[in-house]
Design a protein around this ligand. Sequence first.
Ligand code: GLA
Length: 761
Amino acid sequence: MNVKHQASFASLSGSRRISWLCALALLVFTGFHAVAAMAQTGATIRYDATTRIFRIDAANTSYVLGINENQQVQSLYWGKRLGADDTFPAAKAMPEAASFDLPITTTPHEFIGWGGGLFVEPDLKITFPDGNRDLVLKYVSHRIDGNKLDIVMKDISREVYVTLQYQADPETGILRRSADIENRTDSPFTIEQVAAATWNLPRGTDYRLRYLTGRWAGEWNVQKQDIHPGKTVLESRRGTTGAQNNPWFAIDHVGNNDQDSGPVWFGALGWSGSWQISVEQDQLQQVRVTGGLNAFDFGYRLQKGEHFQTPYFYGGYSAHGIGGASRLMHRFEIDSLLPHAPTPKLRPVLYNSWEATEFRVDEAGQMALAEKAATLGVERFVMDDGWFGQRKDDHAGLGDWYVNPQKFPHGLKPLIDKVHSLGMDFGLWVEPEMVNPDSDLYRKHPDWVLNFSGRPRTEGRNQLVLNLARPDVRAYVYGFLDKLLTENDIAFLKWDYNRNWSEPGWPAVAPEDQKKVYVDFIRNLYSILAELRAKHPNVEIESCSGGGSRVDLGILQYTDEVWPSDNTDAYDRLLIQNGFTYAYTPGVMMAWVTDSPTWVNQRTLSLEYRFLSSMQGSLGIGANLNKWTPEDFATAKKMVAQYKSIRETVQRGSLYRLITPEDNSEQSVTESVSRDGKQAVTFAFLHSSRELYPYPRIYLRGLDAKANYRISALDGKLAKDTPDSASGAYWMNHGVDVELRGDFQAAAFTLEQAGAAKAGN
Ligand code: GLA
């Protein structure tokens, strides 16, 4: 991949760098090819030349692989960290179970080419110009460099080289895997299927898979299903990540109902195009998870001398349940993945006018809203769709990125100046990869969209997808965005993407190269984002795709936050946000307070309820402030101030799902504990009271049992006999009662550490 990823494991924080240096300083050579000292927080990689075994230890995880007698790279262990001196027998391929299931199919491989008699999901499938499609990769060499391991493999006869790449995160133990395919033959060949990696679980028959499904306005549903023989395919064929499946999985043991205990293996792809993760239990009950580009309609012709770098497939292990797995993901995203990792800025409280005005934006109207938003303590004012071209509704204008002269006769400057004078920064909505047929751009360049020559061009929301793989389209998109950011003091872009692909043709290139669009489009998207960020380093970007259709670890390397859903009903959001946080941190999860009754369900909810729902993520306001009463302003102002006092805990802390809203639960409770352990904030929601039952007692988690914590209600719904302060042990074991009765009720309270508890605790 040409894209230079900005954030990487290599960009370690100061303290992590020090621990890594210490680990290196303790290098010991005891018969190992390369040995680094072990520490629970560091990452070390060792190779035993006698057994030909690699051992990766990072944080609380060990990952072991070896070269077997067939020179294949075989998975040996993935799980909780093992003893420093534990040794492993050499890797050995499975014996022939039956003439129908040869060793190549039943042996757990790290990465396997399609060749020999392979019937499980291959990692790589190639067609050579002579029609030959057999690929048998064997170990050639390896290189260990700090927390990185490269293993080079080569086909038995052809000059096809594959380098398996591993990088271990010292803080979370999350491994980043990918593969580089190199064509050193004399002619081009076509990659027809390519994964980043395969993860093999320890042999077992009682596994359960969690994954995320959804649709527009109904994203982030958590699915659970037992793993049986056969294959479950999670995928997008849409050209983009999609909300229908998100590229994340987690596997634990059937029947474990505790969020925070038990082993969990999890992973996520860093790719914003068509993708595929297959979870397969083979004939010998081995479970393997293979992920990478979607093989459907795929083909990538690799010229002689060229490399193909796959996306990253991240994987991790938690001994602390699915909750622990989420916390590792959150920590990894904040500390190692986001553009400003390990110190991304806290999300400002923003106002967005979309639900208030839709396309009816103009200078006076936006200024009036900005004045009102500023009184609430809002820090960023964002103007949404409607400010450009001939954009009156969704039928026209996309592609014409000039400021509409009727709505903004003096350009954007007066509005931006006004927003600044009110103490806020300014953000703007764009949808760079799209075009309306009713636009100057499309009239001039009808060939710039994805299309098959002579075939209909299917519109979605009256728009077509620009073919960003084309160099001229890439130049146009980068050019207008760069100009916009150069000429205007813009702090934030809401980057939208409101449909998926259709007719994904690229007639301008040779037929054999047209399917490259699935890769080159995404590479250009990433490179535009990277280039814009480099040139305008203070600009922050939100990934939005009609809600949460483009959220993945690929786009998160280039964006600061995401829009999880267009559904802003604060009750629906509990479920949406719950699912979101299985894979992604609340620190990037934008959540607006909007009007009631909501457009989604016509449900009426109190302003307090709406705020508390949104305060579990990165708070925004998207209501029509022109309709608010003075009481609404007073409530909102108070709650924005409260949010600011807890936002670091919510955005950076450890999240515990005390009661999930899944399975039609009447309650939903989350708790976030700050990184320094000094503050915890709990949000509790009730759907409806029934038959006089009180709200269940809330048992906190993640506190220091021996420390004292003072409790305060954010809105006065604690049971009257709640002590003012008590030990962590008390709050975790005795618990807290909240007085919630009625329909759609909410409460929140904080615990602040106030010294050590008295002896006896
Ligand atoms: C998408 C976004 C919305 C809004 C509209 C504007 O639907 O998800 O938040 O920006 O586009 O057209």
